[in-house]
Design a protein around this ligand. Structure first.
Ligand SMILES: NC(=O)c1ccc[n+]([C@@H]2O[C@H](COP(=O)([O-])OP(=O)(O)OC[C@H]3O[C@@H](n4cnc5c(N)ncnc54)[C@H](O)[C@@H]3O)[C@@H](O)[C@H]2O)c1
Ligand SMILES: O=C(O)C(=O)C[C@@H](O)[C@H](O)[C@H](O)COP(=O)(O)O
Ligand SMILES: [Zn+2]
Length: 370
Protein backbone atom coordinates (compact mmCIF):
# COMPACT_ATOMS: atom_id res chain seq x y z
CA UNK A 1 0.00 0.00 0.00
CA UNK A 2 1.21 3.48 -0.85
CA UNK A 3 -0.12 6.89 0.10
CA UNK A 4 1.01 10.02 -1.69
CA UNK A 5 0.48 13.31 0.11
CA UNK A 6 1.05 16.35 -2.08
CA UNK A 7 2.47 19.51 -0.53
CA UNK A 8 1.18 22.23 -2.84
CA UNK A 9 3.48 25.23 -2.67
CA UNK A 10 3.56 26.50 -6.23
CA UNK A 11 7.06 26.21 -7.66
CA UNK A 12 8.20 24.54 -4.42
CA UNK A 13 5.55 21.77 -4.51
CA UNK A 14 6.54 18.18 -3.81
CA UNK A 15 5.17 14.79 -2.82
CA UNK A 16 5.49 12.82 0.38
CA UNK A 17 5.39 9.17 -0.64
CA UNK A 18 4.55 6.78 2.18
CA UNK A 19 4.78 2.99 2.00
CA UNK A 20 6.84 -0.06 2.81
CA UNK A 21 10.00 -0.89 0.83
CA UNK A 22 10.47 2.56 -0.69
CA UNK A 23 14.21 2.56 0.08
CA UNK A 24 14.73 -0.43 -2.22
CA UNK A 25 13.08 1.52 -5.02
CA UNK A 26 14.74 4.85 -4.18
CA UNK A 27 16.86 4.88 -7.36
CA UNK A 28 13.80 4.79 -9.60
CA UNK A 29 11.92 7.31 -7.42
CA UNK A 30 14.78 9.82 -7.45
CA UNK A 31 16.08 9.38 -11.01
CA UNK A 32 13.46 11.69 -12.61
CA UNK A 33 14.69 14.53 -10.37
CA UNK A 34 18.35 14.22 -11.42
CA UNK A 35 20.08 16.28 -14.11
CA UNK A 36 23.05 13.91 -13.97
CA UNK A 37 23.41 10.49 -12.36
CA UNK A 38 25.22 11.60 -9.22
CA UNK A 39 24.04 12.22 -5.64
CA UNK A 40 25.55 12.85 -2.21
CA UNK A 41 23.97 11.02 0.72
CA UNK A 42 24.42 12.29 4.27
CA UNK A 43 23.36 10.04 7.13
CA UNK A 44 24.36 9.17 10.69
CA UNK A 45 26.60 6.28 11.72
CA UNK A 46 23.79 4.19 13.25
CA UNK A 47 21.53 4.50 10.20
CA UNK A 48 24.53 3.82 7.95
CA UNK A 49 25.33 0.57 9.75
CA UNK A 50 21.75 -0.66 9.36
CA UNK A 51 20.44 0.69 6.05
CA UNK A 52 22.98 2.58 3.93
CA UNK A 53 24.12 -0.40 1.85
CA UNK A 54 20.53 -0.97 0.74
CA UNK A 55 20.06 2.67 -0.27
CA UNK A 56 23.37 2.80 -2.16
CA UNK A 57 22.48 -0.44 -4.02
CA UNK A 58 19.06 0.99 -4.95
CA UNK A 59 20.67 4.14 -6.35
CA UNK A 60 23.46 2.21 -8.10
CA UNK A 61 20.87 -0.02 -9.77
CA UNK A 62 19.82 3.06 -11.77
CA UNK A 63 23.42 3.95 -12.63
CA UNK A 64 23.54 6.73 -10.04
CA UNK A 65 27.01 7.42 -8.58
CA UNK A 66 26.82 7.88 -4.81
CA UNK A 67 29.18 9.47 -2.30
CA UNK A 68 28.31 9.14 1.37
CA UNK A 69 29.06 10.93 4.62
CA UNK A 70 28.13 9.50 8.02
CA UNK A 71 27.92 11.88 10.98
CA UNK A 72 27.77 10.84 14.66
CA UNK A 73 24.24 10.01 15.82
CA UNK A 74 22.31 12.17 18.27
CA UNK A 75 21.12 15.73 18.89
CA UNK A 76 24.68 16.89 19.69
CA UNK A 77 25.43 16.61 15.96
CA UNK A 78 22.91 19.35 15.10
CA UNK A 79 25.33 22.23 15.72
CA UNK A 80 28.00 24.34 14.02
CA UNK A 81 30.93 21.82 13.95
CA UNK A 82 29.11 18.99 12.15
CA UNK A 83 27.23 21.51 10.01
CA UNK A 84 30.54 22.98 8.80
CA UNK A 85 31.91 19.49 8.22
CA UNK A 86 28.86 18.58 6.14
CA UNK A 87 28.95 21.76 4.00
CA UNK A 88 32.67 21.39 3.36
CA UNK A 89 32.31 17.72 2.47
CA UNK A 90 29.53 18.56 -0.02
CA UNK A 91 31.77 21.16 -1.62
CA UNK A 92 34.63 18.66 -1.80
CA UNK A 93 32.28 16.27 -3.60
CA UNK A 94 31.75 19.06 -6.16
CA UNK A 95 28.00 18.94 -5.66
CA UNK A 96 26.66 21.43 -8.19
CA UNK A 97 23.64 23.72 -8.00
CA UNK A 98 21.57 21.35 -10.15
CA UNK A 99 22.49 18.24 -8.13
CA UNK A 100 20.53 16.62 -5.35
CA UNK A 101 21.64 15.96 -1.78
CA UNK A 102 19.91 13.15 0.11
CA UNK A 103 19.24 13.43 3.86
CA UNK A 104 18.98 9.83 5.07
CA UNK A 105 18.16 9.58 8.76
CA UNK A 106 16.13 11.06 11.59
CA UNK A 107 15.24 14.66 12.28
CA UNK A 108 18.78 15.59 13.24
CA UNK A 109 20.13 14.60 9.84
CA UNK A 110 17.10 16.04 8.00
CA UNK A 111 17.38 19.43 9.72
CA UNK A 112 21.16 19.71 9.40
CA UNK A 113 21.45 18.44 5.83
CA UNK A 114 18.42 20.48 4.74
CA UNK A 115 20.11 23.61 6.08
CA UNK A 116 23.39 22.65 4.38
CA UNK A 117 21.47 22.27 1.11
CA UNK A 118 19.78 25.65 1.68
CA UNK A 119 23.11 27.49 1.86
CA UNK A 120 25.34 25.38 -0.41
CA UNK A 121 26.07 27.46 -3.51
CA UNK A 122 23.09 29.59 -2.27
CA UNK A 123 20.75 26.64 -2.50
CA UNK A 124 20.70 23.14 -3.95
CA UNK A 125 17.78 20.73 -4.04
CA UNK A 126 17.50 17.93 -1.49
CA UNK A 127 15.48 14.78 -0.92
CA UNK A 128 14.40 13.59 2.51
CA UNK A 129 14.49 9.86 3.26
CA UNK A 130 13.34 9.92 6.90
CA UNK A 131 14.19 6.85 8.99
CA UNK A 132 12.59 7.67 12.37
CA UNK A 133 8.91 7.92 13.21
CA UNK A 134 9.49 11.54 14.20
CA UNK A 135 11.12 12.37 10.89
CA UNK A 136 8.41 10.60 8.87
CA UNK A 137 5.51 12.32 10.61
CA UNK A 138 7.05 15.73 11.08
CA UNK A 139 10.59 16.90 10.40
CA UNK A 140 10.94 15.71 6.78
CA UNK A 141 7.88 17.72 5.74
CA UNK A 142 7.49 21.49 5.63
CA UNK A 143 10.98 22.79 4.98
CA UNK A 144 12.07 23.97 8.43
CA UNK A 145 15.80 23.28 8.48
CA UNK A 146 18.49 24.39 10.91
CA UNK A 147 20.81 23.77 13.80
CA UNK A 148 20.99 24.44 17.55
CA UNK A 149 23.35 27.00 19.09
CA UNK A 150 24.48 27.57 22.68
CA UNK A 151 21.76 30.24 22.93
CA UNK A 152 18.94 27.86 22.09
CA UNK A 153 17.21 25.33 19.91
CA UNK A 154 16.96 25.66 16.10
CA UNK A 155 18.06 29.28 16.30
CA UNK A 156 19.92 29.30 12.98
CA UNK A 157 18.32 27.92 9.88
CA UNK A 158 16.24 28.48 6.78
CA UNK A 159 12.96 27.52 5.20
CA UNK A 160 14.05 25.22 2.39
CA UNK A 161 11.54 22.72 1.04
CA UNK A 162 12.68 19.26 -0.10
CA UNK A 163 12.02 18.15 -3.68
CA UNK A 164 10.68 14.78 -2.56
CA UNK A 165 10.10 12.84 0.67
CA UNK A 166 10.29 9.04 0.70
CA UNK A 167 8.89 7.67 3.96
CA UNK A 168 9.58 3.92 4.00
CA UNK A 169 7.60 2.77 7.02
CA UNK A 170 9.43 -0.60 6.98
CA UNK A 171 12.68 1.11 8.05
CA UNK A 172 11.06 1.87 11.41
CA UNK A 173 11.29 -1.86 12.32
CA UNK A 174 14.86 -1.29 13.51
CA UNK A 175 14.08 1.84 15.53
CA UNK A 176 14.78 1.46 19.28
CA UNK A 177 11.56 1.67 21.37
CA UNK A 178 12.69 4.89 23.05
CA UNK A 179 13.09 6.65 19.69
CA UNK A 180 9.78 5.23 18.48
CA UNK A 181 7.99 6.66 21.52
CA UNK A 182 9.74 10.00 21.09
CA UNK A 183 8.31 10.16 17.55
CA UNK A 184 4.94 9.20 18.97
CA UNK A 185 5.08 12.45 20.99
CA UNK A 186 4.77 14.39 17.71
CA UNK A 187 2.02 12.04 16.45
CA UNK A 188 -0.07 12.72 19.56
CA UNK A 189 0.61 16.44 19.03
CA UNK A 190 -1.37 16.36 15.76
CA UNK A 191 -4.44 14.94 17.49
CA UNK A 192 -4.13 17.44 20.30
CA UNK A 193 -3.69 20.47 18.07
CA UNK A 194 -6.39 19.84 15.51
CA UNK A 195 -8.00 16.41 15.22
CA UNK A 196 -9.85 15.06 18.28
CA UNK A 197 -10.99 11.97 16.33
CA UNK A 198 -7.35 11.15 15.56
CA UNK A 199 -6.53 11.44 19.28
CA UNK A 200 -9.48 9.12 20.08
CA UNK A 201 -8.08 6.62 17.59
CA UNK A 202 -4.57 6.90 19.09
CA UNK A 203 -5.97 6.18 22.55
CA UNK A 204 -7.10 2.77 21.31
CA UNK A 205 -4.55 2.07 18.53
CA UNK A 206 -1.43 3.44 20.33
CA UNK A 207 -0.41 0.10 21.88
CA UNK A 208 -0.66 -1.85 18.58
CA UNK A 209 1.23 0.95 16.86
CA UNK A 210 4.04 0.63 19.41
CA UNK A 211 3.94 -3.15 19.01
CA UNK A 212 4.75 -2.77 15.30
CA UNK A 213 1.36 -3.10 13.57
CA UNK A 214 2.00 -1.94 10.00
CA UNK A 215 -1.57 -0.93 9.15
CA UNK A 216 -1.75 1.31 12.22
CA UNK A 217 1.74 2.65 11.45
CA UNK A 218 0.79 3.56 7.89
CA UNK A 219 -2.37 5.30 9.08
CA UNK A 220 -0.55 7.24 11.81
CA UNK A 221 2.18 8.44 9.44
CA UNK A 222 -0.25 9.29 6.63
CA UNK A 223 -2.69 11.23 8.84
CA UNK A 224 0.14 13.18 10.51
CA UNK A 225 1.71 14.09 7.17
CA UNK A 226 -1.68 15.02 5.72
CA UNK A 227 -2.30 17.41 8.62
CA UNK A 228 1.17 18.93 8.45
CA UNK A 229 0.99 19.34 4.65
CA UNK A 230 -2.32 21.18 4.94
CA UNK A 231 -0.99 23.58 7.56
CA UNK A 232 2.24 24.21 5.65
CA UNK A 233 0.33 24.84 2.41
CA UNK A 234 -1.75 27.50 4.14
CA UNK A 235 1.14 29.11 6.05
CA UNK A 236 4.57 28.05 4.77
CA UNK A 237 6.68 30.47 6.82
CA UNK A 238 4.75 30.52 10.10
CA UNK A 239 3.01 33.86 9.92
CA UNK A 240 -0.04 32.39 11.69
CA UNK A 241 -1.57 28.91 11.69
CA UNK A 242 1.75 27.04 11.35
CA UNK A 243 2.63 28.03 14.91
CA UNK A 244 0.08 25.40 16.03
CA UNK A 245 2.69 22.77 15.07
CA UNK A 246 4.69 24.26 17.94
CA UNK A 247 2.25 22.93 20.56
CA UNK A 248 4.37 21.89 23.57
CA UNK A 249 7.56 23.25 22.00
CA UNK A 250 8.05 26.42 24.07
CA UNK A 251 8.51 24.18 27.12
CA UNK A 252 10.29 21.46 25.12
CA UNK A 253 12.96 23.68 23.62
CA UNK A 254 13.82 25.26 26.99
CA UNK A 255 14.13 21.78 28.50
CA UNK A 256 16.30 20.53 25.61
CA UNK A 257 18.63 23.50 26.08
CA UNK A 258 18.65 22.97 29.86
CA UNK A 259 19.64 19.32 29.39
CA UNK A 260 22.41 20.20 26.92
CA UNK A 261 20.79 18.65 23.79
CA UNK A 262 21.80 15.31 25.27
CA UNK A 263 20.16 11.92 25.53
CA UNK A 264 18.75 12.95 28.93
CA UNK A 265 15.81 14.26 26.93
CA UNK A 266 14.97 13.46 23.31
CA UNK A 267 13.07 16.08 21.32
CA UNK A 268 9.88 14.01 21.07
CA UNK A 269 10.00 13.29 24.80
CA UNK A 270 10.21 17.02 25.45
CA UNK A 271 7.23 17.53 23.12
CA UNK A 272 5.15 15.05 25.15
CA UNK A 273 6.05 16.77 28.44
CA UNK A 274 5.48 20.15 26.78
CA UNK A 275 2.02 19.15 25.51
CA UNK A 276 1.05 17.98 29.00
CA UNK A 277 2.24 21.34 30.41
CA UNK A 278 0.48 23.34 27.66
CA UNK A 279 -2.82 21.62 28.50
CA UNK A 280 -2.25 22.19 32.21
CA UNK A 281 -1.56 25.87 31.50
CA UNK A 282 -4.73 26.10 29.38
CA UNK A 283 -6.76 24.60 32.20
CA UNK A 284 -5.22 26.91 34.84
CA UNK A 285 -6.15 29.87 32.67
CA UNK A 286 -9.73 28.59 32.56
CA UNK A 287 -9.53 27.99 28.82
CA UNK A 288 -10.13 24.27 28.63
CA UNK A 289 -12.19 21.72 30.58
CA UNK A 290 -10.76 20.20 33.76
CA UNK A 291 -10.64 16.68 32.24
CA UNK A 292 -8.56 17.57 29.15
CA UNK A 293 -5.09 17.73 30.79
CA UNK A 294 -5.72 14.50 32.73
CA UNK A 295 -6.80 12.73 29.54
CA UNK A 296 -3.64 13.88 27.72
CA UNK A 297 -1.40 12.81 30.58
CA UNK A 298 -3.23 9.48 31.00
CA UNK A 299 -2.69 8.52 27.36
CA UNK A 300 0.99 9.50 27.38
CA UNK A 301 1.53 7.55 30.60
CA UNK A 302 -0.34 4.52 29.23
CA UNK A 303 2.10 4.54 26.32
CA UNK A 304 5.04 4.54 28.76
CA UNK A 305 6.09 8.08 27.86
CA UNK A 306 7.65 10.85 29.90
CA UNK A 307 4.99 13.30 31.06
CA UNK A 308 6.54 15.16 33.99
CA UNK A 309 9.70 17.13 34.68
CA UNK A 310 10.63 14.50 37.27
CA UNK A 311 10.78 11.92 34.43
CA UNK A 312 13.89 13.73 33.13
CA UNK A 313 17.01 12.22 34.75
CA UNK A 314 19.42 14.62 36.49
CA UNK A 315 18.80 18.07 37.86
CA UNK A 316 16.96 20.89 36.13
CA UNK A 317 17.43 24.63 36.60
CA UNK A 318 14.79 26.60 38.50
CA UNK A 319 11.56 28.02 37.07
CA UNK A 320 13.00 31.53 36.54
CA UNK A 321 15.88 30.09 34.54
CA UNK A 322 13.56 27.95 32.39
CA UNK A 323 11.33 30.96 31.75
CA UNK A 324 14.39 32.94 30.73
CA UNK A 325 15.39 30.20 28.25
CA UNK A 326 11.92 30.46 26.72
CA UNK A 327 12.78 34.06 25.88
CA UNK A 328 14.76 32.74 22.88
CA UNK A 329 11.64 31.10 21.41
CA UNK A 330 11.05 32.15 17.80
CA UNK A 331 7.40 32.89 18.55
CA UNK A 332 8.42 35.77 20.87
CA UNK A 333 7.14 39.16 19.64
CA UNK A 334 8.24 42.46 21.21
CA UNK A 335 9.88 40.47 24.00
CA UNK A 336 6.56 38.80 24.90
CA UNK A 337 6.15 35.01 24.94
CA UNK A 338 3.40 33.44 22.84
CA UNK A 339 2.12 29.97 23.72
CA UNK A 340 0.09 27.39 21.87
CA UNK A 341 -2.84 26.67 24.19
CA UNK A 342 -6.01 24.64 23.75
CA UNK A 343 -9.75 25.07 24.29
CA UNK A 344 -10.04 21.26 24.31
CA UNK A 345 -8.40 18.24 22.73
CA UNK A 346 -8.10 19.02 19.00
CA UNK A 347 -8.66 22.76 19.47
CA UNK A 348 -5.33 24.54 19.80
CA UNK A 349 -4.79 28.25 19.24
CA UNK A 350 -2.04 30.84 19.54
CA UNK A 351 -2.21 32.82 22.81
CA UNK A 352 -0.54 36.23 22.87
CA UNK A 353 -1.28 37.32 26.40
CA UNK A 354 -0.24 34.62 28.86
CA UNK A 355 0.93 36.26 32.12
CA UNK A 356 4.54 35.17 32.84
CA UNK A 357 3.59 34.87 36.53
CA UNK A 358 1.15 32.03 35.69
CA UNK A 359 3.85 30.23 33.68
CA UNK A 360 6.29 30.68 36.54
CA UNK A 361 3.86 29.18 39.06
CA UNK A 362 3.12 26.31 36.69
CA UNK A 363 6.84 25.59 36.32
CA UNK A 364 7.47 25.82 40.06
CA UNK A 365 4.62 23.38 40.71
CA UNK A 366 5.86 21.03 37.96
CA UNK A 367 9.41 21.14 39.35
CA UNK A 368 8.11 20.35 42.85
CA UNK A 369 6.09 17.28 41.74
CA UNK A 370 7.81 13.98 42.60
N1 LIG B 1 12.19 20.45 10.86
C1 LIG B 1 11.12 20.13 11.54
O1 LIG B 1 10.00 20.49 11.18
C2 LIG B 1 11.26 19.26 12.77
C3 LIG B 1 10.12 18.67 13.31
C4 LIG B 1 10.27 17.87 14.43
C5 LIG B 1 11.54 17.64 14.97
N2 LIG B 1 12.61 18.23 14.39
C6 LIG B 1 13.96 17.94 14.90
O2 LIG B 1 14.22 16.55 14.75
C7 LIG B 1 15.22 16.14 15.68
C8 LIG B 1 14.81 14.85 16.34
O3 LIG B 1 14.69 13.87 15.34
P1 LIG B 1 14.72 12.31 15.68
O4 LIG B 1 13.88 12.02 16.86
O5 LIG B 1 14.50 11.58 14.43
O6 LIG B 1 16.21 12.13 16.21
P2 LIG B 1 17.54 11.57 15.53
O7 LIG B 1 17.71 12.03 14.17
O8 LIG B 1 18.62 11.83 16.52
O9 LIG B 1 17.26 10.00 15.49
C9 LIG B 1 17.07 9.30 16.71
C10 LIG B 1 18.02 8.10 16.83
O10 LIG B 1 17.53 7.05 16.02
C11 LIG B 1 18.59 6.50 15.23
N3 LIG B 1 17.94 5.99 14.03
C12 LIG B 1 17.42 6.70 13.01
N4 LIG B 1 16.76 5.90 12.16
C13 LIG B 1 16.88 4.65 12.64
C14 LIG B 1 16.40 3.39 12.22
N5 LIG B 1 15.60 3.25 11.17
N6 LIG B 1 16.74 2.30 12.95
C15 LIG B 1 17.51 2.42 14.07
N7 LIG B 1 17.96 3.58 14.53
C16 LIG B 1 17.65 4.69 13.82
C17 LIG B 1 19.53 7.63 15.04
O11 LIG B 1 20.83 7.16 14.75
C18 LIG B 1 19.45 8.34 16.39
O12 LIG B 1 20.31 7.72 17.31
C19 LIG B 1 15.34 17.30 16.67
O13 LIG B 1 16.52 17.98 16.41
C20 LIG B 1 14.15 18.17 16.37
O14 LIG B 1 14.39 19.51 16.68
C21 LIG B 1 12.49 19.04 13.31
O1 LIG C 1 7.11 22.39 11.28
C1 LIG C 1 6.85 23.17 12.20
O2 LIG C 1 6.42 24.31 11.99
C2 LIG C 1 7.04 22.75 13.60
O3 LIG C 1 6.96 23.59 14.50
C3 LIG C 1 7.31 21.31 13.87
C4 LIG C 1 8.02 21.05 15.20
O4 LIG C 1 7.67 19.74 15.58
C5 LIG C 1 9.54 21.08 15.08
O5 LIG C 1 10.11 20.65 16.28
C6 LIG C 1 10.15 22.38 14.63
O6 LIG C 1 11.49 22.21 14.31
C7 LIG C 1 10.08 23.45 15.68
O7 LIG C 1 10.27 24.66 15.04
P1 LIG C 1 10.85 25.96 15.70
O8 LIG C 1 10.53 27.00 14.68
O9 LIG C 1 10.12 26.18 16.99
O10 LIG C 1 12.29 25.75 15.90
ZN1 LIG D 1 8.95 19.07 17.20
Amino acid sequence: MRTVVPVALGARSYEVRIGEGLIDGAGAEILPFLRRRKVAVVTDESVAALHLERLVAALASQGIAVSTLSLPPGEGTKGWPQFARCVEWLLEQKIERRDIVIAFGGGVIGDLVGFAAAVLRRGVRFVQIPTTLLAQVDSSVGGKTGINTTQGKNLVGAFHQPSLVLADIGVLDSLPPRDFLAGYGEVVKYGLLGDAAFFDWLESAGPELAAGDKVARHRAVARSVEMKAGIVERDETEEGERALLNLGHTFCHALEKATGYSDRLLHGEGVAIGCALAFELSQRLGLCPQEAPSRVRAHLKAMGMKTDLSDIPGGLPGAEHLLNLMGQDKKVVDGRLRFILARDIGQAFVAEDVPPSVVLTLLNDALARP
